[in-house]
Design a protein around this ligand. Structure first.
Ligand code: NAG
Ligand code: NAG
Ligand code: NAG
Ligand code: NAG
Ligand code: NAG
Length: 306
């Protein structure tokens, strides 16, 4: 009995191997991207004795209705299908690949041998890339020191995988995401809130199948902006005070007011202001002491002459 089973197994395996050697088979060129041309390559090396004239036909089965789409390596609907004949190969090109081309069976036939397989959607081989420009799908806002970034993919396949880097730190685990089945595809919403944003850069990237998108790249420069505005404010204040003193001094000079300390007051105020407030902007740090030294005798001179 056992012996019989072994013999039977050997016979069956041998039979299958014999069939394999003359097998006709088609395989899709991956990834199969919706909206582009997809190619199914039928290997007819078994059956084409005369390679130059290899002939094959293609049939599809949709809603239980069989349709011959290519006969003798010629397409019957050139707007949708194209046939490419090569060495031991006969390919069916499906133009503008769409949902209706999936989940139907394709049969390749050559020299009375045929091979049938259903083209079933799966996350490893199929892709639907977003139709819109990726930057229009992304929204961001800065609310105080909290930065929120979200991206809303309305129709994609497979599920997007997004990553966030903030100053080189991986914040991918902080991404909240919701992905829904939308017909054959997905709609996916990915959002992140980053608290206490400081200087640096934030970058969100998403993988959809084998395609990588930079969703957002943002540079923050809080420190520079605030010091800059502080500097500008101080500069303006100094200019106002300076012009006030200059006007005052000019007026006292014109009106010939020979109040004893006026000139001295003018000189000392100008020197003080230039020295203390303006030196950081004109960057005369090394000359600071020298300048003061030079001016003080002038003041003394004034007081003497007066
Ligand atoms: C086609 O099939 C034959 C066996 O039938 C195999 O030897 C050959 O490698 C296949 N060619 C391709 C391109 O897959
Ligand atoms: C491809 O098919 C889609 C519908 O599935 C259609 O909107 C689009 O215009 C087609 N593109 C081309 C180039 O034929
Ligand atoms: C594929 O088609 C079969 C029947 O032809 C149907 O039962 C099944 O739901 C379909 N699958 C998808 C993903 O559309
Ligand atoms: C994502 O986009 C879809 C379609 O535009 C919209 O209905 C949905 O409300 C959006 N989701 C969010 C959270 O913005
Ligand atoms: C800093 O200022 C620049 C332009 O002055 C601006 O574009 C940028 O958004 C500012 N950065 C922050 C964090 O406010």
């Amino acid at each position: 009995m056992e012996c019989g089973l072994i013999v039977l197994t050997v016979v069956i395996t041998g039979g299958i191997n014999a069939v394999d050697q003359t097998k006709i088979e088609w395989n899709a060129v991956t990834p199969m991207v919706f909206g582009t041309d997809v190619r199914l390559v039928c290997n007819i090396s078994c059956c084409s004795r005369n390679q130059g004239t290899a002939q094959a036909s293609w049939d599809i089965l949709r809603d239980k209705i069989s349709i011959n789409v290519a006969a003798n390596s010629h397409s019957r609907d050139i707007s949708k299908y194209e046939v490419l004949v090569g060495e031991n190969r006969c390919s069916l090109v499906i133009k503008n690949f769409s949902q209706t081309d999936v989940n139907i069976s394709y049969t390749c036939t050559s020299n009375f041998k045929s091979y049938t397989k259903v083209l079933e959607i799966n996350e490893d081989e199929f892709e639907l890339q977003p139709m819109e420009d990726i930057t229009t799908l992304a929204h961001d806002e800065l609310d105080g020191s909290t930065y929120r970034l979200c991206v809303n993919f309305t129709k994609v396949y497979p599920k997007p995988k997004c990553f966030v880097q903030y100053n080189g730190k991986d914040l991918t685990y902080d991404i909240q995401h919701q992905t829904f089945k939308s017909g054959m595809f997905y709609s996916s919403y990915q959002t992140i809130a980053i608290n206490n944003v400081k200087d640096g850069n934030i970058r969100m990237t998403c993988m959809i199948g084998k395609s990588k998108y930079v969703v957002k790249e943002k540079e923050f420069m809080f420190k520079d902006n605030s010091t800059m505005s502080k500097k500008v404010k101080m500069m303006a204040m100094v200019i106002v005070i300076l012009s006030f003193i200059v006007i005052l001094c000019v007026i006292t000079h014109i009106m010939n007011i020979t109040w004893i300390h006026t000139r001295g007051f003018c000189a000392i105020s100008l020197i003080y202001i230039i020295d203390v407030y303006l030196s950081p902007f004109v960057s005369v740090q090394p000359e600071r002491g020298k300048q003061t030294e030079n001016k003080i005798p002038l003041l003394a001179e004034n007081t003497h002459t007066a």
